[in-house]
Write a protein that binds this ligand. Structure first.
Ligand SMILES: [Fe+2]
Length: 248
């Protein structure tokens, strides 16, 4: 199963809207064009939050119009900049899926809502953690990939670590007990990150728009281009992934 991981497009109702100098509609369009022009084909797309920036239904309309051109199922989870009610209305029907799970090729893919209304930082509440556990138990497959917005580990950037997942340790313990989770992918940090935590790959993909400076104590952007990630999940539980920057 091949997955196109996109994250943090931060769209506006105004297609000319920019996030610190990057026109987010144009940069998401460029990412999708880059994917189409390559020779790697996905079976589905996963988008890990911050679909929009301006709290508008119009921005979600742009998101759906752009992503529909992929002609793929698109699995979405919310980020701190999303408005759940608007996002669910826009992405709750095919080809879009809102916080839904997928069972295919010996893999379960689970999308979690790690957002707390009014806060930049995240938290997986009791209900979401229970749902994760129940879905893993119910799925008669040996491999799981979890998708969420907030990083469950510290990534070495002081300001971003202050707005990460505040119960990341609880999440990591839960997935360790299951013994089935092979990887967890997330956004939020607008930079690449890839670590191994007890045999689980913890992977961030940079944004489809503006990136944050890596390792910075304080808020700072850098000049890295938009990016996306190709993920291949094999039926035997192995997997590989490749980060693609748009300057390639
Ligand atoms: Fe973001």
């Amino acid at each position: 199963m091949r997955i196109l991981h996109l994250t943090d497009p931060h769209l506006f109702a105004d297609a000319k809207g920019d996030l610190r100098g990057t026109v987010t509609y144009s940069s998401l369009s460029a990412v999708l064009d880059h994917y189409r022009e390559g020779n790697w084909r996905a079976d589905l797309a996963v988008v890990t939050g911050d679909l929009i920036q301006d709290d508008s239904a119009g921005a979600y309309e742009h998101f759906c119009q752009l992503l529909e051109t992929l002609q793929l199922p698109v699995y979405c989870v919310p980020g701190n900049h999303d408005i759940r009610q608007l996002m669910r209305a826009a992405t709750g029907k095919p080809p879009f899926h809102y916080c839904e799970s997928l069972l295919s090729d010996n893999w379960l893919i689970v999308g979690l809502d790690s957002c707390v209304t009014g806060q930049a930082g995240g938290h997986l509440n009791v209900a979401e953690l229970a749902r994760l556990e129940a879905e893993i138990d119910a799925a008669a497959v040996p491999n799981v990939m979890v998708c969420l917005h907030h990083p469950p580990v510290q990534i070495g950037s002081k300001w971003l670590d202050g707005v990460g997942l505040d119960n990341g340790q609880e999440f990591l313990e839960k997935i360790a007990v299951s013994g089935k989770v092979r990887l967890a992918i997330f956004g939020h940090v607008h930079q690449p990150y890839d670590t191994d935590h007890g045999g689980v790959s913890i992977i961030a993909t940079p944004s489809t728009c503006r990136q944050f400076a890596q390792g910075s104590d304080d808020f700072a952007v850098d000049d890295n281009p938009p990016a996306y990630r190709r993920i291949n999940l094999h039926a035997n539980g192995s997997y590989e992934h490749e980060l693609v920057w748009l300057n390639n």
